[in-house]
Write a protein of this length. Structure first.
Length: 371
């Protein structure tokens, strides 16, 4: 985006007697991608821009086209018109990037090469040292606020204890920036990322269970509710590339990366004794009570399976997972809302996507049958 501004591809343009500020012509941008080696051909350039549209980074100036068309149509970066969705994850990432840029651009920066146990680490700092700097620069008002910021940065994978053994503390523990924000990323890297669209290819919901390196004999779980028809479920995980490479982090899960192992059948027979309709759930005096569950996902997910559609129901719960700890049960619980979005009319693939692409702290409303 900044390079396009510098190259004057993004500018105010007039069309049909109306001026559209800070926009670009799709065809010109495709030419630019090829000329600057960001895309080898027009087809790849179109796919790249479509990826940005899918992630709400760019859009048609009048939102009349949901697809990126290689034509004389005007598009705009959402950051240039204030419509970029700033979720908690994005805000933390941008805060981390801002702090990193500030730290690397000053003289006598606290970021230094240091050793721990004879191993050298780049861009390191002490926890107490970072807190002193944050207060000195006016980034926070007090040490408690600084600790909370440091913990948020660590949980989102931006900073990390050098040997990945501690959370963030106001102490002389050594941390480093896990993300190098100045690494030049090529747009084509986007095409290698797993897409949340893979959700629709799975017959089961993709956010369940276990640790990344489970103990022997603990590679699966059974539904809380005893049912002879229930099958053992292989662990399906929400994880990061780092975790999969064997360096799993107990404190954060990188949200942009979704990994889907081979599909496993989960409880092929529904736990529901009979079908239930939305009309029945919402009718006055119906024997259902609404409950709000706040589930803080661990490093690999939330620990439950949702199935069905219109309405969806809870099919299985990991007894040792976050969902069970929050009060989720396999006792005729129907999913009413996810993070404030009403979902009774949606199928489980769509609800799965809402959960997987949302924040780590999941707020769900369920309709539970009154015994």
């Amino acid at each position: 985006r900044l390079r396009l501004h510098d190259g004057k591809l993004i500018k105010d343009r007039r069309y049909h007697l109306r001026t559209y500020p800070n926009c670009f012509v799709a065809k010109e941008l495709t030419d630019w991608l090829i000329d600057h080696k960001e895309a080898p051909d027009r087809e790849t350039g179109i796919r790249l821009m479509q990826k940005l549209m899918d992630h709400y980074i760019i859009h048609h100036v009048c939102d009349e086209h949901s697809d990126y068309k290689d034509a004389k149509l005007l598009y705009r970066f959402r950051k240039d018109d204030g419509t970029f969705p700033l979720s908690k994850d994005v805000k933390v990432f941008m805060r981390g990037q801002s702090l990193y840029e500030k730290l690397v651009s000053v003289e006598e920066s606290i970021l230094k090469v240091r050793e721990e146990n004879s191993v050298k680490y780049q861009r390191t700092f002490l926890g107490s040292e970072m807190i002193d700097w944050l207060i000195q620069e006016g980034e926070v008002e007090n040490r408690q606020e600084a600790v909370e910021l440091g913990r948020a940065l660590l949980e989102h994978g931006i900073i990390q204890h050098v040997s990945n053994r501690h959370h963030f503390f106001d102490s002389d523990i050594l941390y480093h920036f896990w993300i190098n924000f100045r690494r030049r990323r090529r747009l084509t890297e986007l095409l290698n990322e797993n897409s949340s669209r893979a959700l629709s290819e799975s017959p089961d919901s993709p956010f369940c269970l276990r640790k990344l390196n489970p103990e022997p004999g603990n590679t699966s779980f059974l539904s809380v509710q005893t049912n002879k028809e229930i099958k053992v479920v292989s662990a399906v995980r929400r994880s990061s590339i780092t975790s999969l490479s064997g360096n799993s982090n107990a404190y954060f899960s990188a949200p942009p990366t979704l990994v889907f192992p081979p599909v496993a059948e989960c409880n092929p027979k529904s736990v529901l004794k009979r079908p239930v309709t939305n009309e029945e759930l919402l009718s006055p005096g119906a024997p259902y009570v609404k409950k709000t569950l706040t589930i803080v996902g661990d490093a690999v997910g939330w620990g439950f399976v949702v199935r069905g559609g219109r309405p969806c129901h809870i099919q299985a719960v990991d007894p040792g997972g976050p969902a069970a700890a929050a009060g989720m049960k396999v006792v005729c619980q129907f999913v009413f809302s996810v993070n404030g979005v009403y979902v009774l009319h949606l199928d489980y693939q769509t609800i799965s996507s809402l959960i997987m692409t949302g924040p780590r702290t999941l707020v769900m409303e369920v309709m539970e049958a009154i015994e």
